[in-house]
Design a protein around this ligand. Structure first.
Ligand SMILES: [Zn+2]
Length: 342
């Protein structure tokens, strides 16, 4: 469990996501505000007069009137708590509102009855945006640079385009699930790039509020929580035996409950102990072999920083703001820093 919130960087990216930005070549990349406005125009204005929608017209009109530029901006960029307030106060009443939408399937025109909110804040279409001049699922992932799942810090979530221009980017967990909160299907702080195991096998459509989970965009101080390697005996400390436990030490009273719940919810202890005991033993062995003194020696011999020498030996970043770049960074750092292992 790691935080992917980096105050100025995250907030600036969130602003660009909404409003757009000028890229390195001087081209304008439009933001999600424009995309949503286009969807409203296309879906709620041109088809608005369709007779099929007569019985829904009042609701559609009220929904559309609510979606001013400022309101769309709030939906796209609101922090998790602000989103909930917005939902409960202003949009909950539209949760099950419908609209007859015109669709062309196999060259035939059809008129399915669809959810009004999902038609505008449409996650599937957001993922399909394939225009370099528009923000979308791919560009968001690329600019976020979260290359490893923030929930488990175990699986890569890399983003790249192949030579055939196939775009590869991670799944997004909707922290507030889109079936219960369709309005936030493309909201910046509700889109958590993460691995398939955490998203599909653990989170699914479960309610983050009921489960009281830790939000990865929460600002965390370093060492708010740490992995704790607990050997049963000396042999397991030195890697001769497998008898050890992996536990957690949580020192952040404000986020304690959320962190504890999330660690349990995503089965972190079980997965690490059951699937990665070999790796844990190796990290402990490395820590014992490559003491701080040894790292100092490398640092001085090669004229590199402590962080660089750590990276050479442990193959991950030591810096707290780069724990999301490579798998197991948090586990490795916590074992390395643990003064009880020596
Ligand atoms: Zn994961």
């Amino acid at each position: 469990m790691i935080s992917i919130y980096q105050k100025n960087i995250t907030e600036e990216l969130c602003r660009e996501y909404c409003e757009g930005f000028i890229d390195d070549r001087g081209n304008k990349v439009s933001g999600m505000l424009e995309w949503i406005k286009n969807r409203i125009e296309k879906n709620l204005e041109t088809e608005f007069d369709d007779k099929r929608n007569t019985k829904y017209i009042k609701e559609i009109s009220a929904f559309k009137n609510l979606l001013t530029d400022n309101k769309i901006q709030e939906i796209l960029t609101g922090k998790p708590d602000e989103l909930l307030e917005l939902w409960n106060k202003e949009f909950l009443k539209f949760k099950d509102s419908k609209i007859i939408s015109r669709k062309i399937v196999d060259k035939k025109v059809t008129y399915p009855r669809v959810n009004l909110i999902s038609l505008i804040f449409n996650y599937t279409s957001f993922r399909k945006i394939n225009d370099k001049k528009k923000f979308g699922g791919f560009l968001l992932a690329k600019r976020l640079g979260v290359e490893c799942c923030p929930y488990c810090n175990r699986n890569y979530t890399t983003t790249h385009a192949t030579y055939r221009d196939k775009k590869v980017f991670p799944e997004y967990d909707h922290f507030y699930h889109k079936s219960s909160y369709p309005l936030f299907a493309v909201s910046f702080y509700n889109l958590i790039p993460c691995c398939n195991v955490c998203n599909t096998h653990f989170k699914g459509s479960k309610d983050a509020i009921i489960e009281n989970l830790f939000h990865p965009y929460t600002e965390l101080q370093p060492n708010s929580f740490n992995f704790k390697f607990i050997p049963d005996n000396v042999e397991s400390l030195y890697g001769a035996k497998d008898n050890f436990n992996l536990d957690f030490k949580i020192s952040d009273p404000v986020n304690k409950t959320n962190l504890e719940n999330s660690l349990a919810f995503f089965g972190i202890k079980d997965i690490y102990e059951l699937c990665h005991s070999d790796l844990i033993k190796e990290i402990v062995n490395k820590k014992l072999a490559y003491s701080q003194k040894y790292l100092e020696m490398i640092k001085n011999t090669y004229g590199i920083s402590f962080e660089e020498s750590y990276r050479i030996l442990f193959e991950v970043y030591y810096e707290d703001d780069k724990l999301h770049v490579r798998p197991f960074s948090k586990l490795k750092k916590d074992i390395f820093d643990d003064k009880d292992i020596s």
